[in-house]
Structures are given as structure tokens and as C-alpha cells.
Design a protein around this ligand. Structure first.
Ligand SMILES: [Fe+2]
Length: 250
């Protein structure tokens, strides 16, 4: 029997594998997502991922204003054309600004610490495509959900192409990390998706649309550049051996 993380990777690939026409091979995706949620709930960060509370943390107190220290680190675990699986480590005070996941499913499991998550569901689903880009519009109307506070005891948060598809994430007292499964993966170069680019876009919540009361949860989002306060460096995966999966599942 493989390791727990190997089981997660295999189940994620089985869950989200698609046919050439884009439909899922698996006919019961929501059932499999529940299996994945359960598997992730059983993950032990130290034993199953080689992750300690201090992984990705600097040896000295973090100065978020220092240009040399990334506020967020990313540890890639696995990626193929179907899924990307990795771990984000947020230093104390760091945030991942509001961003989207066009046409994607996502599963987010907090491993260490506590995170605030605010999500939005797009009301006008984008989906306009041309030959090379999967587009998001400059302005997007979306339903805003209350901030939820997630810690390592909580079951994973889920997003789908139509629900909770945009979110921002920030620490809630201390550093924190979460495991992220995205299907299909971002593909800013189009290398996984036959040249079709699937990029990540950032938004700001600019408030209510004209005619909508200011306390409404229907918000207008405007595409923005990635805020300069956010960038990522990478850290090396040091969990159980899974290199054979990269070859086998590609
Ligand atoms: Fe995200």
C-alpha cells in the first residue's frame, strides 16, 4: 500500500480525469470529492508530508517589508494535466489577495495554524474562450460570503467552477499552511492544456453595483494587477517518495 499522500494524489487524478471532450471520466465527482475530503482530514503533516510547523519559515523574525523575504512559500507536491497539489505556507501577517480559479475545482485543507478565508461565487459565469486564452472579464458581479476561520481541525473547504470560485486568504494570528488541490491546474504557459492559457487573475472588491444597496452581499469585483505585497518563493517537498507517480500518472 502506498503512502497517504500517494493515495490522495491517485484519488485526485481519478476524480478529476477528463475525456477529450472535457467531460469527467468519473461519473460521480461529488462522491469522490467527499472521499478526498476524508483522506485530507486524516493527513498528518509531519508524518505524511514531512512538513513541520516551521517549514518555510525564516530563521529570523519575519520582516514583511523586507524585499528579500517572500510572505508566502509554495511547496509543489504533484502536477499533471489533471490536477496540481501543493502546500502554501503563509508567514505571520501574510495574505493571498482575492483571486480566481476559472473553471476549476479546488480543495483546501489547513495543515498548521489558523487562516481566514473569504470567498465569492461569480454571478456572471465567465467562460468566454478563444483559441489561446481562457478569459475572465474586467468586471465581475459576485456573491460575497462571510469570512470563515479555518484551522487544522476543520474539514477541507471546497470550491467549484460556479461556487466559492474566488477567494482571499490571510493568517489569523501566527503563520499557517494549507494543502491545495486544484483541478485543472493553472496553466499560465498553456503547456498542460494544448496551448490554451489558464492564468490566475486578481480582483478587488470595489463595492456595490449601482442600484444595489451598500450592505448587499452582491459585490462588484474589478480585475487588478497582482498586489506588490504578494509574491511566492518555493520550498522543496520532503515527504514520502512519490516521484514514480509523476511518470505513471502523466
Ligand atoms: Fe486560491
Amino acid at each position: 500500500m502506498g503512502s497517504r499522500i500517494e493515495n490522495v494524489i491517485r484519488t485526485a487524478v481519478q476524480t478529476f480525469a477528463t475525456k477529450p471532450n472535457g467531460s469527467f471520466v468519473n461519473t460521480n465527482v461529488s462522491h469522490n470529492i467527499n472521499i478526498l475530503r476524508q483522506l485530507l482530514s486524516e493527513i498528518c503533516p509531519a508524518d505524511d508530508l514531512g512538513l513541520t510547523r516551521n517549514s518555510g519559515q525564516p530563521r529570523f523574525p519575519l520582516n514583511l517589508f523586507s524585499s528579500r523575504t517572500a510572505p508566502v512559500s509554495y511547496m509543489e507536491i504533484f502536477e499533471n494535466q489533471t490536477v496540481s497539489i501543493g502546500i502554501f505556507v503563509l508567514k505571520d501577517g501574510a495574505s493571498i489577495p482575492l483571486h480566481d480559479h476559472v473553471g476549476m475545482y479546488g480543495i483546501l485543507k489547513v495543515l498548521y495554524g489558523s487562516l481566514n478565508l473569504q470567498s465569492y461565487s461569480p454571478i456572471d459565469l465567465p467562460g468566454q474562450t478563444n483559441s489561446s486564452f481562457i478569459h475572465q472579464p474586467q468586471y465581475l458581479k459576485a456573491k460575497r460570503f462571510p469570512i470563515s476561520c479555518l484551522n487544522e481541525k476543520d474539514s477541507p473547504a471546497i470550491l467549484s467552477p460556479s461556487e466559492h470560485n474566488l477567494h482571499s486568504i490571510w493568517t489569523n494570528g501566527g503563520s499557517a499552511s494549507f494543502l491545495d488541490i486544484l483541478a485543472p491546474p493553472y496553466d499560465p504557459d498553456g503547456t498542460l492544456n494544448g496551448g490554451k492559457i489558464r492564468d490566475c487573475y486578481y480582483y478587488s472588491d470595489i463595492g456595490e453595483e449601482e442600484g444595489i444597496p451598500s450592505n448587499s452581499e452582491i459585490r462588484l469585483l474589478k480585475m487588478t494587477a497582482c498586489p506588490p505585497s504578494f509574491w511566492c518563493d518555493s520550498i522543496t517537498y520532503c515527504g514520502p517518495e512519490i516521484k514514480h507517480l509523476q511518470k505513471e500518472l502523466n
